[in-house]
Design a protein around this ligand. Structure first.
Ligand code: GLN
Length: 446
């Protein structure tokens, strides 16, 4: 059924960089046999899944939607991919994304833009735009995305699907091609909260191959039907000021009212420091990216410029030709903020800001179980709208980046459509390791 949808729609939508029809059909037969023999008993055994193209899959092209990895076939699979395979899920293919996950629209991919299935003149959001659009268009049932500053939650909101960024350290980053290592987290995308929770249980595991992996309990699926009577909800006033689209605001407020009817206690509060989240995020993410992307030099793997004179010229030409302009912008910005003379003024200051942001969330979560707000200031933008103005695109991440700076879990749930027929997403944030709170809250408003 998924491949029927792919064959019908993907030429136009371009959710996938690579599809694996033959492999997937063969594997589904094997999996069916193992299910019949009671060897596979997991909730998601046999369920088709799409994997974002920055997550390594053994012997399957993994490009990060970049030219520089146009011929990269990893010799290993990411731990999250091993986990979905152990469950008996069927990988259908690799999904399109912003190049190296840098962007909010899936327009910076070397392999063409992805279109929003709700309206093909609109972007699907990003950077996990391929994964979210594929779920929305039924080109798969579930998908893996990655979220460094909102890349699961924002495209989920634009595409009307559910997507969660788990607490930092919950899903192993081993095999996730690094963008900003202190912020990156793999997470589930699905049609509803139950699917997302079930997939979160499957992909989460302690992994000694990721030094930031955390040993913890994973009972996400079991928590979704819990009662929310007496649950304390904080509404950050700062999230509802200037720049927020009126229809999005109304939709969020209506969801909050529904939760109140279910017995939740709602209170407004001042989160503070909201204006500093974007500058701190872009300094830290770019700094880490400039270091992480230094490995793409044309020597070890990936693209190498065909003509060059000597080693340094080979590096230069490979990187000039292999990276797109958004990636180059981040590498330059990151190298600048880390360079001597600017390190204290920018990078160190951003780290201090990050610590203060974490502190303000700690204070908030001492009072509230969840924090609710919009996932993005608007619904899906028109194709081309933000490409010409990167600052405008960066500002669209206002509601999502601070969860990554603080390591918090967050989910985006669709709560309806605007007048133009585009989906609106509500974001629910929880304290670290408290996914249960955000999942059961999300379940009540989906
Ligand atoms: N839009 C943000 C950025 O470009 C977030 C991307 C992400 O989460 N990978 O950095």
């Amino acid at each position: 059924a998924s491949f029927e949808q792919i064959e019908k729609y993907d030429e136009q939508l371009n959710c996938y960089v690579t599809t694996l029809k033959e492999d997937a059909l063969k594997r589904s037969e094997e999996v069916q046999k193992r299910i019949d023999n009671n060897e596979l008993t997991g909730l998601l055994a046999g369920v088709p899944i799409a994997v974002k193209d920055n997550i390594c899959t053994k012997d399957v092209l993994t490009t990060c939607s970049s030219k520089i990895l146009e011929n990269y076939y990893p010799t290993f699979s990411a731990t999250a991919v091993e986990n979905i395979e152990k469950e008996g899920m069927i990988v259908l293919g690799k999904t399109n994304m912003d190049e190296f996950a840098m962007g909010s629209t899936t327009e910076t991919s070397h392999y063409g833009i992805t279109r929003n299935p709700w309206n093909t003149d609109r972007v699907p959001g990003g950077s996990s735009g391929g994964s979210c659009a594929a779920v929305a268009a039924a080109e798969c049932f579930t998908a893996l995305g990655s979220d460094t500053g909102g890349s699961i939650r924002q495209p989920s909101s634009f595409c009307g699907v559910t997507g969660m960024k788990p607490t930092y350290g919950t899903v192993s980053r081993y095999g996730l091609i690094a963008y900003g290592s202190s912020l990156d987290q793999i997470g589930p995308v699905g049609k509803n909260v139950a699917d997302v929770a079930a997939l979160a249980d499957v992909i989460s595991s302690y992994d000694k191959k990721d030094s930031t992996s955390v040993k913890r309990e994973y009972a996400f699926y079991d928590s979704i039907n819990e009662d929310i009577k007496g649950l304390k909800i904080g509404i950050p006033r700062d999230y509802f000021s200037e720049g927020l689209n009126e229809e999005v605001k109304q939709a969020v407020m209506n969801s909050v009212k529904e939760l109140e009817k279910c017995g939740a206690i709602v209170e407004e509060f001042d989160l503070s420091l909201v204006d500093y989240a974007i500058p701190a995020y872009y300094v830290i993410a770019s700094a880490e990216a400039s270091s992480n992307l230094s490995r793409f030099d044309g020597v070890k793997y990936g693209f190498r410029a065909p003509e060059y004179e000597g080693l340094h010229n080979m590096y230069k030409k490979t990187r000039s030709e292999g990276f797109g302009s958004e990636v180059k912008r981040r590498i330059m910005l990151g190298s600048f903020v880390l360079s001597s003379g600017y390190y204290d003024a920018y990078y160190l200051k951003a780290l201090r800001t990050k610590a203060l942001i974490k502190e303000s969330y700690d204070k908030a979560f001492a009072k509230y179980d969840v924090i609710i707000g919009p996932a993005a200031p608007t619904t899906a933008l028109k194709i081309g709208e933000s490409l010409s103005d990167p600052i405008k695109m960066y500002l669209g991440d206002i509601y999502t980046v601070s969860a990554n700076l603080a390591g918090l879990p967050g989910i985006s749930v669709p709560v309806g459509l605007d007048k133009a027929g585009l989906p609106i997403g509500v974001q629910i944030l929880g304290d670290c390791f408290k996914e249960n709170n955000i999942l059961k809250t999300a379940k009540k408003i989906e």
